[in-house]
Design a protein around this ligand. Structure first.
Ligand code: ATP
Ligand code: MG
Length: 319
């Protein structure tokens, strides 16, 4: 079984704790109305489809993805394949929500099923099938294992996730699962899209919303995977945590009576009298040290989050 180096925990503990707190708040709230909930799920689903496919190279914009999915239109100048990728991902998402509701331990059949949906009508020869020959990943610092080992390695990974021998929390477990999965690279194509679905199956079964890795974070994502290949999970766990925090904030903002006002940091420093400047607050946000999330290229946080951090620092220095 895989041994995981947990030294990153020291720096990420506050971030991870904050996410579990938010998840608990979410679970302890009165449920959102059906309409409000459906709306969030729908919006996040479109974002998820857009970002995941865009990371893979699909050129449909967010708006175009939305038009294809919600209005069934065809976008001129875009290939049939790109349309299929959008529709397939949405179908796979629906399937995924069904798996979450069933709440069984994750199985290799779930993964093959998701993969089959992702590549349907696109690469029908490979859809839902493990690879039977070698692959290389451009830009990666390793070569995936021999095809003959893939099936056993995948079983081993699933066992690892279901038994969790290192006692990882679910955010860490989903991150390690993601990394090991793309390291194994069980399929000829579609590994990334499939693992971004399967990883969220783990998180969602535990009551988290999906973590959506943004296209804008692609470089950071690959850097995180590369450093995980060397045994260091810090960057990748932080990236997952940030993706998760964004979705948590979206859910929490939908509750009546919510007072958190997430504001772009460059605006916040103008509006509020804060103990730090824009650069330092942005750094704290990127490091996961304050309650914050990214939209597009910009970081958003609240006045209270910055003040709370400053207060803690004061306590530390006067203690
Ligand atoms: N340096 C790396 N180390 C480990 N895995 C990597 C690295 N670079 C990329 N990958 C993984 O390989 C995936 C690409 O595999 P593949 O082309 O089969 O999937 P895809 O779904 O078609 O594309 P994508 O994953 O880009 O969406 C990436 O998403 C990423 O998860
Ligand atoms: Mg690919």
């Amino acid at each position: 079984m895989w041994k995981i180096d947990l030294t990153y925990r020291e720096t990420l503990q506050t971030t991870l704790d904050r996410l579990f707190e938010k998840k608990n708040t979410l679970q302890n709230h009165r449920p959102l109305s059906g309409v409000a909930l459906q709306q969030i799920i729908e919006t996040l689903s479109i974002e998820w489809t857009y970002n995941s496919n865009s990371i893979e190279g699909n050129t449909l914009s967010l708006r175009e993805t939305q038009m294809v999915l919600q209005e069934g239109v065809t976008i001129s100048g875009k290939s049939l394949r790109e349309h299929f990728e959008a529709v397939n991902h949405q179908t796979a998402l629906r399937y995924l929500y069904g798996l979450v509701a069933k709440n069984n331990p994750i199985s290799s059949n779930d993964i093959l099923d998701l993969h089959a949906l992702v590549l349907r009508n696109i690469e029908d020869d490979f859809a839902g099938r493990l690879r039977n020959a070698g692959v290389r990943i451009a830009g990666a610092n390793f070569t995936p294992p021999n095809a003959q080992k893939v099936s056993d390695l995948l079983d081993e990974l699933i066992l690892f996730v279901n038994e969790n021998p290192s006692g990882l929390n679910i955010i860490e477990l989903a991150t390690v699962f993601h990394h090991k999965f793309v390291w194994i690279h069980p399929f000829f194509d579609g590994n990334g899209r499939t693992v971004r679905l399967a990883m969220n199956l783990l998180l969602m079964k535990e009551g988290f919303p999906p973590a959506i890795i943004l296209k804008n974070d692609r470089a950071k994502y690959y850097a995180g995977l590369n450093s995980a290949n060397k045994g260091n999970y810090k960057k990748l766990v932080l990236l997952m945590a940030q993706a998760l925090e964004r979705s948590l904030n979206i859910y929490l903002s939908a509750f009546p009576g919510n007072t958190a006002e997430y504001t772009e940091i460059s605006n916040l420093v103008k509006e509020a009298d804060l103990p730090y400047g824009q650069e330092y607050i942005s750094l704290l946000a990127r490091q996961g040290k304050i309650d914050a999330h990214k939209e597009g290229r910009n970081w958003f946080t609240t006045k209270e989050a910055v003040e709370e951090y400053a207060k803690k620092q004061n306590h530390k220095s006067t203690a």
